[in-house]
Design a protein around this ligand. Structure first.
Ligand SMILES: Cc1cc2nc3c(=O)[nH]c(=O)nc-3n(C[C@H](O)[C@H](O)[C@H](O)COP(=O)(O)O)c2cc1C
Length: 191
């Protein structure tokens, strides 16, 4: 019998046109193991700033619903994000805050994997631990290891082709995605 395809949705933490994290997200389908399909989640760029009054007066904006539906429908979620001032970029945090207020909260019991690329040598590690903390509150199932931090990103990506030039990093990412497929099979499907 054919194995089920694992549908994974990827959320990028950067809006920048030349974003290294977006380059990385774009590369992930090519690094994924057989049976894992990775596609980008609906965008959060048009989300208003979270305000409970807006939510109470007019409900959840359609782009919030769209992202939440994609998270709910996915077998797993991958965040690929830079670090801003040692933490989660404000736009991404705002997106998570909106999605987290929906009934039947979409991240609950959802397998999650994290990757980051940053200019600093720690590669966004401090952002990842803050993001892990948010995911704890939301009852997501965040995979512990392997961790992927791409430091000195401007030196590791080819701005023209969008390729990741660091072969060792590519190898680690493939290992992480293979581990994530197993993690989803072991822990997913509970929401
Ligand atoms: C507001 C802001 C804060 C930043 N803070 C950090 C930081 O804390 N650590 C770090 O390594 N790089 C930091 N950077 C540099 C980013 O890592 C770098 O701009 C990176 O390319 C952003 O990711 P992107 O290419 O996906 O947009 C910061 C950049 C911005 C714009």
């Amino acid at each position: 019998m054919a194995e089920k395809t694992l549908n994974v949705t990827g959320i990028c933490g950067s809006l920048r046109k030349g974003s290294y994290n977006r380059m990385l997200l774009n590369l992930l389908p090519g690094y994924a193991p057989a049976g894992m399909k990775i596609s980008e989640a609906p965008p959060w760029a048009e989300f208003p700033l979270y305000n409970a009054d807006v939510q109470n007066a007019s409900g959840f904006p359609p782009p919030v619903q769209k992202l939440a539906d994609a998270v709910r429908a996915a077998d797993g979620v991958i965040f690929v994000s830079p670090e801003y001032n040692y933490s989660i970029p404000g736009g991404l945090k705002n997106a998570i805050d909106w999605v987290s207020r929906l009934p039947n909260q979409p991240f609950a019991n959802k397998p999650v994997a994290l990757l980051s690329a940053a200019a600093g040598i720690l590669g966004g590690g401090r952002m990842q631990y803050d993001l892990r903390r948010c995911m704890i509150f939301l009852d997501a199932l965040t995979m512990n290891k392997p961790e992927i931090f791409i430091g000195a990103a401007p030196q590791k990506f080819d701005d023209k082709t969008g390729q990741l030039k660091d072969e060792q990093a590519v190898g680690f990412i493939k290992q992480q995605l293979a581990a994530f497929a197993k993690f989803i099979e072991q822990h997913g499907g509970k929401s």
